[in-house]
Design a protein around this ligand. Structure first.
Ligand code: ADP
Length: 240
Protein backbone atom coordinates (compact mmCIF):
# COMPACT_ATOMS: atom_id res chain seq x y z
CA UNK A 1 0.00 0.00 0.00
CA UNK A 2 1.22 3.49 -0.82
CA UNK A 3 2.12 6.12 1.73
CA UNK A 4 -0.90 8.31 1.27
CA UNK A 5 -1.03 12.07 1.47
CA UNK A 6 -2.77 13.75 -1.43
CA UNK A 7 -6.37 13.85 -0.14
CA UNK A 8 -5.20 15.30 3.17
CA UNK A 9 -5.87 17.51 4.92
CA UNK A 10 -9.63 17.34 4.51
CA UNK A 11 -11.08 20.71 5.44
CA UNK A 12 -14.68 21.55 6.23
CA UNK A 13 -15.17 25.27 5.82
CA UNK A 14 -18.43 26.41 7.37
CA UNK A 15 -20.26 23.37 6.02
CA UNK A 16 -24.00 23.13 6.39
CA UNK A 17 -25.95 20.13 5.11
CA UNK A 18 -29.71 20.45 5.00
CA UNK A 19 -32.45 18.10 3.83
CA UNK A 20 -35.55 20.18 3.28
CA UNK A 21 -36.22 22.10 6.46
CA UNK A 22 -33.92 19.83 8.52
CA UNK A 23 -30.38 21.02 9.24
CA UNK A 24 -28.26 17.88 9.56
CA UNK A 25 -24.83 19.56 9.78
CA UNK A 26 -24.71 23.12 11.02
CA UNK A 27 -21.76 25.38 10.07
CA UNK A 28 -19.05 22.77 10.55
CA UNK A 29 -15.46 23.98 10.43
CA UNK A 30 -13.04 21.12 10.93
CA UNK A 31 -9.72 19.84 9.62
CA UNK A 32 -8.85 16.15 9.34
CA UNK A 33 -5.09 15.68 9.10
CA UNK A 34 -2.84 12.69 8.57
CA UNK A 35 -1.76 10.66 11.57
CA UNK A 36 -3.54 8.60 14.17
CA UNK A 37 -7.28 7.94 13.89
CA UNK A 38 -9.82 10.69 14.39
CA UNK A 39 -12.94 9.50 16.17
CA UNK A 40 -16.28 11.26 15.79
CA UNK A 41 -18.40 10.81 18.89
CA UNK A 42 -21.88 11.97 19.76
CA UNK A 43 -25.33 10.57 20.39
CA UNK A 44 -27.43 8.96 17.69
CA UNK A 45 -28.65 11.56 15.23
CA UNK A 46 -25.86 14.04 16.01
CA UNK A 47 -24.64 14.01 12.40
CA UNK A 48 -21.67 11.60 12.50
CA UNK A 49 -22.69 9.55 9.44
CA UNK A 50 -23.51 12.64 7.44
CA UNK A 51 -20.14 14.18 8.30
CA UNK A 52 -18.38 10.99 7.15
CA UNK A 53 -20.36 10.99 3.91
CA UNK A 54 -19.54 14.63 3.28
CA UNK A 55 -15.84 13.93 3.93
CA UNK A 56 -16.06 11.06 1.46
CA UNK A 57 -17.68 13.39 -1.09
CA UNK A 58 -21.00 11.54 -1.13
CA UNK A 59 -22.98 14.46 0.30
CA UNK A 60 -22.79 17.94 -1.17
CA UNK A 61 -22.94 20.81 1.32
CA UNK A 62 -25.89 23.18 1.09
CA UNK A 63 -23.47 25.90 2.21
CA UNK A 64 -19.71 26.07 2.70
CA UNK A 65 -17.24 23.69 1.12
CA UNK A 66 -15.11 20.62 1.67
CA UNK A 67 -11.59 20.48 0.26
CA UNK A 68 -9.19 17.56 -0.09
CA UNK A 69 -5.51 18.52 -0.07
CA UNK A 70 -6.57 22.09 -0.75
CA UNK A 71 -8.73 21.28 -3.77
CA UNK A 72 -12.42 20.82 -4.42
CA UNK A 73 -13.77 18.25 -6.88
CA UNK A 74 -11.18 15.61 -6.02
CA UNK A 75 -12.57 12.27 -7.21
CA UNK A 76 -12.87 9.76 -4.36
CA UNK A 77 -10.40 7.27 -5.81
CA UNK A 78 -8.15 7.40 -2.72
CA UNK A 79 -10.94 7.42 -0.18
CA UNK A 80 -13.06 4.51 1.04
CA UNK A 81 -16.04 4.28 3.33
CA UNK A 82 -17.41 1.24 5.15
CA UNK A 83 -21.05 1.79 5.99
CA UNK A 84 -22.72 0.69 9.18
CA UNK A 85 -24.47 -2.31 7.64
CA UNK A 86 -22.32 -3.33 4.69
CA UNK A 87 -24.07 -5.39 2.05
CA UNK A 88 -22.19 -8.55 1.09
CA UNK A 89 -22.30 -9.60 -2.53
CA UNK A 90 -23.70 -13.06 -3.15
CA UNK A 91 -20.19 -14.40 -3.70
CA UNK A 92 -17.39 -15.95 -1.68
CA UNK A 93 -15.21 -13.86 0.63
CA UNK A 94 -12.50 -13.70 -2.02
CA UNK A 95 -15.12 -12.99 -4.70
CA UNK A 96 -16.20 -9.92 -2.78
CA UNK A 97 -12.64 -8.62 -2.68
CA UNK A 98 -12.08 -9.56 -6.30
CA UNK A 99 -15.04 -7.40 -7.25
CA UNK A 100 -13.70 -4.45 -5.25
CA UNK A 101 -10.26 -4.80 -6.83
CA UNK A 102 -11.75 -4.87 -10.31
CA UNK A 103 -13.84 -1.79 -9.53
CA UNK A 104 -10.68 0.06 -8.52
CA UNK A 105 -8.80 -0.99 -11.66
CA UNK A 106 -6.20 -3.34 -10.18
CA UNK A 107 -4.38 -5.29 -12.90
CA UNK A 108 -5.41 -8.92 -13.34
CA UNK A 109 -1.89 -10.19 -12.62
CA UNK A 110 -1.86 -8.46 -9.25
CA UNK A 111 -5.27 -9.56 -8.08
CA UNK A 112 -4.52 -12.93 -6.49
CA UNK A 113 -1.66 -11.61 -4.41
CA UNK A 114 -3.69 -8.57 -3.34
CA UNK A 115 -6.63 -10.79 -2.35
CA UNK A 116 -4.28 -12.90 -0.23
CA UNK A 117 -2.71 -9.82 1.34
CA UNK A 118 -6.09 -8.26 2.18
CA UNK A 119 -7.58 -11.47 3.58
CA UNK A 120 -4.49 -11.91 5.75
CA UNK A 121 -4.72 -8.32 6.99
CA UNK A 122 -8.28 -8.91 8.20
CA UNK A 123 -7.63 -12.49 9.38
CA UNK A 124 -9.98 -14.25 6.98
CA UNK A 125 -7.45 -16.44 5.13
CA UNK A 126 -9.21 -19.59 6.33
CA UNK A 127 -12.57 -18.43 5.01
CA UNK A 128 -11.55 -17.45 1.51
CA UNK A 129 -14.10 -19.74 -0.18
CA UNK A 130 -16.96 -19.21 2.30
CA UNK A 131 -20.03 -17.49 0.84
CA UNK A 132 -19.83 -13.98 2.26
CA UNK A 133 -23.43 -13.98 3.40
CA UNK A 134 -22.73 -17.02 5.58
CA UNK A 135 -19.98 -15.28 7.52
CA UNK A 136 -20.72 -14.08 11.06
CA UNK A 137 -21.46 -10.39 11.66
CA UNK A 138 -17.89 -9.73 12.78
CA UNK A 139 -16.42 -11.63 9.82
CA UNK A 140 -18.64 -9.69 7.42
CA UNK A 141 -17.46 -6.44 8.94
CA UNK A 142 -13.84 -7.57 8.52
CA UNK A 143 -14.53 -8.48 4.90
CA UNK A 144 -16.11 -5.06 4.38
CA UNK A 145 -12.88 -3.52 5.73
CA UNK A 146 -10.87 -5.60 3.26
CA UNK A 147 -13.11 -4.44 0.41
CA UNK A 148 -12.59 -0.83 1.45
CA UNK A 149 -8.83 -1.35 1.62
CA UNK A 150 -8.88 -2.90 -1.85
CA UNK A 151 -9.17 0.67 -3.15
CA UNK A 152 -5.74 1.38 -1.63
CA UNK A 153 -7.16 4.41 0.13
CA UNK A 154 -5.32 7.30 1.72
CA UNK A 155 -8.31 7.81 4.00
CA UNK A 156 -10.68 5.17 5.35
CA UNK A 157 -14.02 6.24 6.85
CA UNK A 158 -15.75 3.77 9.16
CA UNK A 159 -19.31 4.27 10.36
CA UNK A 160 -19.96 2.46 13.67
CA UNK A 161 -17.74 -0.47 12.62
CA UNK A 162 -18.38 -2.50 15.78
CA UNK A 163 -22.05 -1.73 16.44
CA UNK A 164 -23.79 -4.89 17.61
CA UNK A 165 -20.58 -6.98 17.72
CA UNK A 166 -19.49 -8.91 20.80
CA UNK A 167 -16.21 -8.05 22.61
CA UNK A 168 -14.06 -10.58 20.71
CA UNK A 169 -15.35 -9.46 17.32
CA UNK A 170 -14.98 -5.83 18.38
CA UNK A 171 -11.36 -6.44 19.38
CA UNK A 172 -10.64 -8.05 16.00
CA UNK A 173 -11.98 -4.97 14.20
CA UNK A 174 -10.11 -2.55 16.47
CA UNK A 175 -6.86 -4.50 15.95
CA UNK A 176 -7.32 -4.15 12.18
CA UNK A 177 -7.95 -0.42 12.57
CA UNK A 178 -4.69 -0.06 14.51
CA UNK A 179 -2.81 -2.07 11.85
CA UNK A 180 -4.31 -0.01 9.04
CA UNK A 181 -3.43 3.23 10.82
CA UNK A 182 0.14 2.05 11.32
CA UNK A 183 0.41 1.57 7.57
CA UNK A 184 -0.12 5.30 7.17
CA UNK A 185 -3.77 5.24 6.20
CA UNK A 186 -5.80 7.98 7.86
CA UNK A 187 -8.76 6.39 9.65
CA UNK A 188 -11.83 8.41 10.60
CA UNK A 189 -14.29 6.46 12.74
CA UNK A 190 -17.79 7.36 13.89
CA UNK A 191 -18.95 5.72 17.09
CA UNK A 192 -21.27 6.40 19.98
CA UNK A 193 -19.15 4.08 22.14
CA UNK A 194 -16.84 6.06 24.44
CA UNK A 195 -14.72 3.03 25.30
CA UNK A 196 -14.04 2.50 21.63
CA UNK A 197 -13.19 6.18 21.18
CA UNK A 198 -10.62 5.97 24.00
CA UNK A 199 -9.07 2.83 22.57
CA UNK A 200 -8.80 4.05 18.98
CA UNK A 201 -8.53 7.78 18.84
CA UNK A 202 -5.59 10.09 18.50
CA UNK A 203 -8.07 12.93 18.51
CA UNK A 204 -11.77 13.29 19.15
CA UNK A 205 -14.52 15.36 17.56
CA UNK A 206 -17.72 15.64 19.63
CA UNK A 207 -20.85 16.34 17.61
CA UNK A 208 -24.24 17.28 18.98
CA UNK A 209 -27.26 18.32 16.93
CA UNK A 210 -25.17 18.73 13.80
CA UNK A 211 -22.59 21.00 15.40
CA UNK A 212 -18.98 20.43 16.43
CA UNK A 213 -19.03 20.98 20.18
CA UNK A 214 -15.44 20.17 21.05
CA UNK A 215 -12.31 18.78 19.42
CA UNK A 216 -8.97 17.80 20.87
CA UNK A 217 -6.36 15.15 21.52
CA UNK A 218 -7.94 12.11 23.18
CA UNK A 219 -6.21 12.50 26.54
CA UNK A 220 -7.20 16.13 27.00
CA UNK A 221 -10.73 15.50 25.71
CA UNK A 222 -11.31 12.87 28.38
CA UNK A 223 -9.26 14.42 31.21
CA UNK A 224 -10.07 18.10 30.80
CA UNK A 225 -13.24 18.48 28.75
CA UNK A 226 -14.02 22.14 28.11
CA UNK A 227 -17.75 22.13 27.46
CA UNK A 228 -20.77 21.08 29.46
CA UNK A 229 -21.81 18.76 26.63
CA UNK A 230 -18.44 16.98 26.65
CA UNK A 231 -18.55 16.61 30.45
CA UNK A 232 -22.07 15.19 30.25
CA UNK A 233 -21.17 12.80 27.45
CA UNK A 234 -17.96 11.59 29.13
CA UNK A 235 -19.84 11.05 32.39
CA UNK A 236 -22.08 8.64 30.52
CA UNK A 237 -25.12 10.81 31.05
CA UNK A 238 -27.64 11.30 28.29
CA UNK A 239 -26.83 14.12 25.91
CA UNK A 240 -30.20 15.02 24.42
P1 ADP B 1 -25.58 9.87 13.42
O1 ADP B 1 -24.67 9.15 12.48
O2 ADP B 1 -24.83 10.68 14.44
O3 ADP B 1 -26.60 8.97 14.06
P2 ADP B 1 -26.83 11.01 11.05
O4 ADP B 1 -25.82 11.77 10.27
O5 ADP B 1 -27.18 9.63 10.56
O6 ADP B 1 -26.40 10.97 12.58
O7 ADP B 1 -28.19 11.85 11.11
C1 ADP B 1 -28.26 13.12 11.71
C2 ADP B 1 -29.70 13.58 11.70
O8 ADP B 1 -30.10 13.92 10.39
C3 ADP B 1 -30.69 12.54 12.18
O9 ADP B 1 -31.68 13.17 12.95
C4 ADP B 1 -31.26 11.97 10.90
O10 ADP B 1 -32.56 11.51 11.09
C5 ADP B 1 -31.24 13.20 10.00
N1 ADP B 1 -31.08 12.85 8.59
C6 ADP B 1 -30.07 12.17 8.03
N2 ADP B 1 -30.25 12.04 6.69
C7 ADP B 1 -31.41 12.71 6.41
C8 ADP B 1 -32.15 12.96 5.22
N3 ADP B 1 -31.72 12.53 4.02
N4 ADP B 1 -33.30 13.66 5.32
C9 ADP B 1 -33.73 14.14 6.52
N5 ADP B 1 -33.08 13.91 7.67
C10 ADP B 1 -31.94 13.21 7.63
Amino acid sequence: MRAPTSDLPIRFENVTVAAGAVTILDSITLTLTSGSPTVLVGPNGSGKSTLLRAAMGLVTPSQGRVTWGGREDVPPTRRAIVLQRPVMLRRTASGNIHYALRASGVARAEKQSRIGELLALVGLEQLVDRPARRLSGGEQQRLALARGLARDPAVLFLDEPTASLDPAATKAIEDIIHAVSQRGIKVVVATHDLGEARRLAGDIVLLHRGRVIETGPTVSFFNTPQTGEAKTFIAGELLV
